[in-house]
Design a binder for this molecule. Structure first.
Ligand code: FES
Length: 260
């Protein structure tokens, strides 16, 4: 179900509920039984009983003629102004809460149509590896906010990233492009072959493992899998925290000058 369909369903349900409540309330107010007005003393044989006008019984006040004056005829019991305003306020609050709830659901619901939060079928893995090699060791994948680098299980003998790489079947690591310090986008430094954040100088090796700077950990990442036909599946439904400082697997000193 798409986000749009969910929002539409919630809004329609809210409007339907509001219509039902208002209809119930109006019927209840209109059909409330009204005692016939006592036209005058002595109508029921009670001499000296106070006279009660139909308008007073209906809460209408004033001296108008609506309500079928005199003679014991039943009147439509129209809601008084205070009740009407109270009901209107209640319905407005109900509608506002429904709208707010729908907007919240729409905001929090993962975009399953293919936006960030979905599982992407990126491309054939071999083709991606060729692109990574041709692009100086990394590839950006904007729809998934991911940075793709080559992953070699021989550099990860203890299988630290096995869970992220389909039990080391995948040959690609997918890093989240956002710096875990304060959220800047992290560019690749072509000379050092590290990720180097221009905001406060955090540095990470090619696999996004912390090397220097104020960042509390290595770069966050995503799970990948290799599909039946060799395509890389990138799962952005969960952002996996990067390894803690000093917990990296890749031995990769800077290969040239730093950029920050
Ligand atoms: S945001 Fe990257 S080092 Fe501060």
């Amino acid at each position: 179900m798409t986000t749009f369909a969910i929002v539409l369903a919630v809004l329609l349900a809210t409007l339907f509920a509001a219509a039902l409540v208002s209809r119930w309330w109006l019927r209840r107010a209109m059909l409330r039984p009204v005692r016939p007005a006592v036209a005058g003393a002595g109508a029921d044989g009670c001499e000296g009983c106070p006279q009660v006008s139909l308008m007073a019984a209906a809460g209408g006040g004033g001296g108008g003629t609506s309500g079928g004056g005199g003679g014991g005829k039943k009147s439509r019991n129209l809601p008084d102004r205070r009740s009407f305003l109270r009901a209107g306020l209640g319905l407005s609050a109900f509608g506002a809460l429904g709208g707010f709830g729908a907007a919240s659901i729409a905001f929090l619901w993962p975009d399953l149509r293919g936006g960030f939060g979905a599982v992407f079928e990126v491309d054939d893995e071999d083709a991606l590896l060729s692109e990574i090699d041709a692009n100086n060791g990394r590839l950006s994948y904007p729809p998934g906010r991911a940075l793709l680098v080559r992953y070699d299980p021989e550099d990860d003998p203890e299988g630290q990233y096995a869970e992220l790489t389909d039990d080391q079947n995948a040959r690609i690591l997918a890093l989240y492009q956002v710096c875990p310090h304060l959220g800047c986008a992290v560019p690749f430094c072509d000379s050092s072959q590290w990720w180097e954040c221009p905001c406060h100088g955090s540095q990470y090796n090619r696999w996004g493992e912390w090397q220097d700077g104020p960042a509390p950990r290595g770069m966050d990442r995503f799970r990948v899998e290799v599909g039946d036909e060799g395509q890389l599946l990138l799962d952005t439904s969960e952002i996996i925290s990067g390894p803690s400082r000093g917990a990296g697997a890749l031995q990769q000193p800077p290969e040239g000058a730093h950029c920050v």
